[in-house]
Each structure stands twice: as structure tokens, then as C-alpha cells.
Design a protein around this ligand. Structure first.
Ligand code: N01
Length: 553
């Protein structure tokens, strides 16, 4: 017997909590939230690895929708860590009485659209069933852990962990020989902290990257007062910039300043720390020559910090323009390689061959290890959605429909899956932004859309395949207009997961522009969407869509 409700939300991170609140308390819908983890927090529930910390600055890493919440909540550090973020989300759940409609330990395994009943039938791993008119996936963009299939892992005699599934009780690394595979944002945060307790840390680097100091620090009472008094301004900035952060991109090109001025600008940004480094010039992500100057500056810093010339060379041997892979920020990452107990292995020169019971064998030698840490990232953006067997009209399957890459309209809906919404789905700015700001926009758009349907007695909504085609093309065009398209080996292209289609997944046109597009679509009566279950209009469109993609319906 299934529980009948109006709306079902999957995932209890920033997105799911706000969606539950919005549908239940603003629209008055009976709403349930299902979460695989044993508590709320989403990415912050799972990511408890050493050094885990948010890369967005805390004053803009929050919901803005509630003035009261903003006034009562104060962050303690420039970049909050998981315990404080979980405390914040716990406070949100308490303040809005969300827990009574949340179910934990419920992994959704399938969601099937019953066309006759116009309901989504959702089933959990434990066999519980729910039937809802609206289904919202708030499953996160970076939640499906990617553990590379390296031969021999099963026979490893030590312990191994993926950073995104780190044991909540912690791992005692004292006196252990630790091997860390991966040097993305996570690995760069983890290595300095692991090195402090491990007997030895070996960092296995496949692709060098550019990192800028985070310069985390406790927040002063003065700063927090300023934040309290300026929420509206902070929000306005975050909502009007391309990346959803509370800082503006400088209105100048690299060529507008002299080399000395440029150096001073980079130095000041390096000292200030954080993702603002990317905002020093407006053409860093669109002009290769401009980008080269940032690359050179950072490479120079790496060489100046790291004492061993060969290690410095490998760390500075970056093969892509700055910020075309997600730029990490760090606390003492490069300095870590000056420690006696830390070694870098350059996998480009000495690739991993296999994992042995006692360590990792690279082409040239064996590295004895007690613990392997996989900081190897995620099956990003589509992984968590496709982990669920999602079936739309006529039994069509999302796994099949996205075999060649995701197709969405605005990253919000998929053709053939009526009343199914994705928060920060592929095709939306999502991972290129400060997530809570992108999430708020999506949740509010979805809530407004459902309100529109109910007000007007419309029983279903799904995108017009033609609009999806145009949006897919626009997403590709937006990426190609930037240097992001020069890092084809990034996870933005799905390149980190063997066999995954190479499609640029997030929307690179900027959050502010995207917001305007979404608002315009809604203002025009949901232009590009098919409203209502009108079989004739729908089957004509589906035929067209299938034809264009060369598949049968
Ligand atoms: O994952 P990644 P991440 N053999 O995919 C390497 C967000 N985030 O967890 O580059 C050897 O970026 C891989 O090498 P390569 C943020 O959006 C946010 O670090 O594919 N190496 C790379 O070095 C970020 O971008 C915060 O050649 C292998 C690393 O593993 C996203 O999460 C903090 C390998 C994976 O890097 C993902 O970051 C942390 C193999 N078989 C992360 N497979 C915040 O603070 C992979 N690698 C908010």
C-alpha cells in the first residue's frame, strides 16, 4: 500500500529542505522528503573527510529567503566546516518544523510515472511506496561517489575510504602510511590535514591543478554585524553575479592594466585568498592570453613555495587554463610538500598499475600503504539521478534517454517525465555557482510553477522537446564561448567516469543571466513547456524529439 501525498522530495540537503518548506508551507501541499542518509545535510552529511570545508564564504553560503533566520544565524568562520553547516541546517529544520515530514534511511530506488493516475509511484530500497503528483529530485550534483576501478583494490589488506563516504566517527590515521589518490578540491583540502597525523602521506597526482590560498579565519564581531546589517545587499550581489558569490567580478580586462599593476592585483588577491582570485579580471575565462597571466602567476607561487624542484615542477605542470576545472582553494596545500613525511607521485610519469595487498604499485615502484584515501570525485550531475530507475511516460527510462548525455529544459525538467523536477540539474548553472543561491532560485521557480499549475487547474507540465533541443544547444554554446571548453578532461564533461558521455553538463552562461531566462519563461506562461496532459500535442512532440535523436519512442 502506498502513501498518497501531493509532492515528494528526494534528498535532505540545502535543496530538499527548502523545497519541502516551500511546497508544504507556502502552497499547502502534503509533502514528504525521503533521504538515504540517517540524517539531514546532503553533501555535508556524507563529506566528513579531514580538512572538509566549504569553499564559498559563509556570509553568502546560506538561505536568504528568511529574514528572521538570517538575523538569528551567525557563522563563526570565513569558510564553515561540516559540523557548523550541519548545525545550521539542523536549525533550519527545527525553525520550520521540517523533520516531521522527513524520512531518513530511505534510499529511493525507483520512480515510475503512472500516466492514467497522473502520479509518480516512488519506491525505496526497503520496499516502502509513495504516490505523489509532483516529484522533485534534490539529490545533489556531487553525491554519487566515484571509486576508480583499479585492479587489486579488493585484495588490499589495509583500509580504504572515499572522501564522500567518510566514516562519521572519523579515521585514526596516526602512525599510518596513507596514500591519497586525487588532487581536486577535496584532495587539496584533505592532504594538509592528513599529513599532520599520518606517519607518511603519498599523494598520487594525475592532473596538476591551480590552487589559491583560502585564508580561512574566525569571523570578527564587526564583520558579523556588517553581515547582519547588509543581508539585502549581500543577497543582491549574489543574485546578480555569474557565480552566485557575494563578490563582483572586476570590470576590467587583463590588457587594461600594466604588467606591474596586474602583478599587484594578483598578489593582493592571493593574500586575500578565496575564489575571488577568479574575479580579478573579467576576461580570465574567455581570453586565453589573459588566462595565461593568472596561470603564470600561480605557477610562480607554487615554485616559490615548494622546495624540492622536481615536486614543484610536477605540481606546477598544469595542462589546462586556470579555472577551467573547478578551481580549488587550500590551507597550506603546496606547503605540505615541504614536510618530510609527504611525497608526491606524478602519475603522468609513473602511472598506477594496480593495488597490491600492501600498497599501490606504480610503473616504477611499490608504495607501501596502510590506508588508501580516494579523493577521486563523483559521477557528477547525472550520477545520483541515474542511480534511481526513473520511468516516464510509456515506461521510457531516464537511463536510456540520457545514454548520450542529459537533455533538460533549463536543468529543471526532462521531456517525457511530467511533473518531475530536478533542482540544480544538468543544464543549470549549479556546480559553477555558490550552490545555496542557485538552489534558492530553482526551488522558488519550481514552487511558482506548481502554484501556477494548481491555480489554473493544469494537471501536468513537461518541456516541449523543441525547447529542450534549443536549450541543449545553448548550454553547449555557452560553454564554447568560454575557456571551459578547453578542459575536456574535466568532470564538467563527465570525463572522470569511464564510459560517461562527454557532454558539458552545467550551464556556463552565468547565474544572473539564467535567472532572467527562467523568470522570462515563467512570465510568458511557461514558454517552452507543455501544459496539461494533452495526448495529441504531446505525442506529436515526442515523435519529433525521438526523430531528432535518432531513437524510437
Ligand atoms: O573531485 P574531482 P573532488 N587515478 O573530480 C583524480 C566540489 N567540492 O572531490 O583530474 C588517479 O574534482 C582526478 O584526476 P583527474 C567541487 O565542485 C566542493 O576533488 O581526473 N586519479 C582528480 O585529481 C569540486 O570540483 C568543496 O586527472 C584519479 C581527483 O581524483 C567537486 O566537489 C570541497 C582517478 C578528483 O577530483 C569535486 O571535487 C570539495 C584515477 N583513476 C569539493 N580518478 C567545497 O568546499 C580520479 N582521479 C564546497
Amino acid at each position: 500500500m502506498e502513501e498518497e501525498i501531493d509532492a515528494l522530495v528526494i534528498g535532505a540537503g540545502f535543496a530538499g529542505l527548502y523545497q519541502l518548506y516551500s511546497l508544504r508551507d507556502r502552497l499547502g501541499l502534503s509533502t514528504r522528503l525521503l533521504e538515504a542518509g540517517d540524517d539531514l545535510g546532503g553533501t555535508w552529511y556524507w563529506n566528513r573527510y579531514p580538512g572538509a570545508r566549504c569553499d564559498s564564504e559563509s556570509h553568502a553560503y546560506r538561505y536568504f529567503f528568511s529574514k528572521e533566520l538570517n538575523e538569528e544565524w551567525e557563522w563563526t568562520e570565513r569558510y564553515p566546516g561540516p559540523p557548523e553547516i550541519l548545525k545550521y541546517l539542523g536549525r533550519v529544520a527545527e525553525k520550520f518544523d521540517l523533520r516531521r515530514d522527513m524520512r531518513f534511511g530511505c534510499r529511493v530506488v525507483s520512480a515510475r510515472y503512472d500516466e492514467g493516475a497522473n502520479r509518480w509511484v516512488v519506491e525505496t530500497a526497503a520496499g516502502e511506496r509513495y504516490a505523489a503528483t509532483y516529484l522533485v529530485a534534490a539529490v545533489g550534483c556531487l553525491s554519487s561517489a566515484n571509486v576508480p576501478d583499479i585492479p587489486g583494490l579488493r585484495d588490499f589488506a589495509g583500509q580504504w575510504f572515499h572522501t564522500g563516504r567518510w566514516p562519521h566517527e572519523g579515521v585514526d590515521l596516526a602512525g599510518k602510511r596513507v596514500g591519497q589518490i586525487g588532487t581536486g578540491s577535496t584532495g587539496i583540502q584533505a592532504a594538509p590535514v592528513i599529513a599532520q597525523s599520518a606517519a607518511h602521506l603519498t599523494v598520487f597526482q594525475r592532473t596538476a591543478t591551480y590552487s589559491v590560498p583560502a585564508r580561512n579565519a574566525p569571523l570578527t564581531p564587526e564583520f558579523n554585524r556588517w553581515v547582519r546589517e547588509n543581508h539585502a545587499e549581500i543577497r543582491a550581489v549574489a543574485e546578480s553575479t555569474p557565480n552566485g558569490h557575494a563578490f563582483r567580478i572586476a570590470d576590467r580586462n587583463v590588457a587594461d592594466v600594466t604588467p606591474e599593476e596586474r602583478r599587484a592585483i594578483y598578489e593582493a588577491a592571493w593574500e586575500k585568498g578565496g575564489l575571488q582570485f577568479r574575479a580579478t579580471f573579467r576576461d580570465l575565462l574567455v581570453n586565453q592570453a589573459a588566462n595565461d597571466t593568472a596561470c603564470e602567476f600561480i605557477k610562480g607561487r607554487i615554485r616559490a613555495i615548494v622546495r624540492d624542484p622536481e615536486t614543484a615542477r610536477a605540481l606546477a605542470d598544469v595542462d589546462h587554463p586556470y579555472a577551467t576545472k573547478r578551481p580549488p582553494i587550500d590551507t597550506g596545500y603546496y606547503e605540505t610538500f615541504n614536510r618530510d613525511n609527504v611525497t608526491l607521485v606524478d602519475l603522468r610519469a609513473d602511472p598506477i598499475e594496480c593495488i597490491m595487498p600492501r600498497g599501490i604499485r606504480t610503473r616504477s615502484r611499490e608504495h607501501a600503504l596502510d590506508v588508501i584515501v580516494f579523493a577521486t570525485g563523483y559521477d557528477a550531475m547525472t550520477g545520483a539521478l541515474l542511480a534511481i530507475d526513473i520511468r516516464g511516460r510509456e515506461g521510457r527510462s531516464l537511463r536510456d534517454d540520457w545514454r548520450a548525455g542529459p537533455h533538460t529544459y533549463l536543468g529543471l525538467q526532462v521531456p517525457g517525465y511530467p511533473n518531475f523536477f530536478t533542482i540544480t540539474g544538468p543544464g543549470s548553472p549549479s556546480v559553477l555557482t555558490n550552490m545555496p543561491v542557485a538552489i534558492e532560485q530553482h526551488v522558488e521557480w519550481i514552487t511558482g510553477c506548481i502554484a501556477h499549475l494548481r491555480r489554473n487547474g493544469i494537471d501536468a507540465i513537461e518541456p516541449d522537446p523543441e525547447a529542450v533541443r534549443r536549450w541543449d544547444a545553448h548550454v553547449e554554446e555557452a560553454a564554447n564561448a568560454t575557456l571551459l571548453s578547453k578542459a575536456k578532461h574535466s568532470w564538467y564533461y563527465g570525463a572522470n567516469v569511464p564510459g560517461k558521455p562527454r557532454v558539458f553538463m552545467p550551464y556556463a552562461g552565468g547565474l544572473a543571466r539564467y535567472r532572467a531566462i527562467c523568470a522570462d519563461v515563467a512570465a510568458k506562461g511557461y514558454e517552452g513547456f507543455l501544459l496539461g496532459r494533452t495526448p495529441v500535442a504531446r505525442s506529436a512532440s515526442m515523435g519529433e524529439f525521438a526523430e531528432a535523436r535518432g531513437v524510437g519512442v
